[in-house]
Design a protein around this ligand. Sequence first.
Ligand code: URA
Length: 208
Amino acid sequence: MQNVHVINHPLIEHKLAILRDSKTEPFHFRLLVDEISYLMLFEATRDLPLKPVEVQTPVAVAKAQKLATSVMICPILRAALGMLDGIFKLIPDASVGFLGFQRNETTLEAEFYYAKLPADHASRTAIIIDPMFATGGTAIDAVNFLKAKGVKDIRFLALVSAPEGLNKFAAVHPDVPVYTACIDEKLNENGYIVPGLGDAGDRVFNTG
Ligand code: URA
C-alpha cells in the first residue's frame, strides 16, 4: 500500500496481542498504548532532518548533529491522549496541537469541534496520532486542517488500521506517510476495525 509503513517488531507484536485481548484491564491497556506508541515513534521519525552542530565535551569540541526541525504532536481527541506520554518520552520538547473530532454514530463520519495549535505550527513537523485508523474520515479532515494552516511536513501514527481507511486516505493525501503497527482485515457495518481492539477511547479511559 502506497506511503503506508507497517512497523514490524517482535515487541510490538507481543504488546499488540495483549492490547487486543478483551480481558486486558484498562490500566494495562493504557500502559501498552503508551509503550507501543513509544516503540513506533522511533521508526516514524527515522527521516527527520538533522543539522551539524559543534559541542564542547569535557575533552574537546565534537562535531555532532541535532534535529533541524521542531516537532508538533497532534493527538486526535480523545483516544490519542493515551499515546501522548509515550511520545513525550522520546521527544520531551515537542509542542502539542490538539485536534478535536468526534464520531457521529449515525453517519460514522468525523465531526470537527476543537483545535489548539502552537503559534509556530506552520514551521513544525506535525505527527498526528490516533490509535485507530478506521474509515479514514478523521485522518483526511485532520490533514486538510493542518495543510490549510500552512503545515508542510505531516505524518500520521496509528496503532491499528483498516485497509478501507488507508486506501481512502492515500487517494486524498498521497504525500502524507502513515505509520501503523498493523493493517487489520476490514471495517464492520458500525465502522469498527475487525478484529481491532474495540473502542480505544473507552478502553484507555475506562468509560465502556
Ligand atoms: N475507533 C475505535 O476506537 N475503534 C475502532 O475499531 C474504530 C474506530
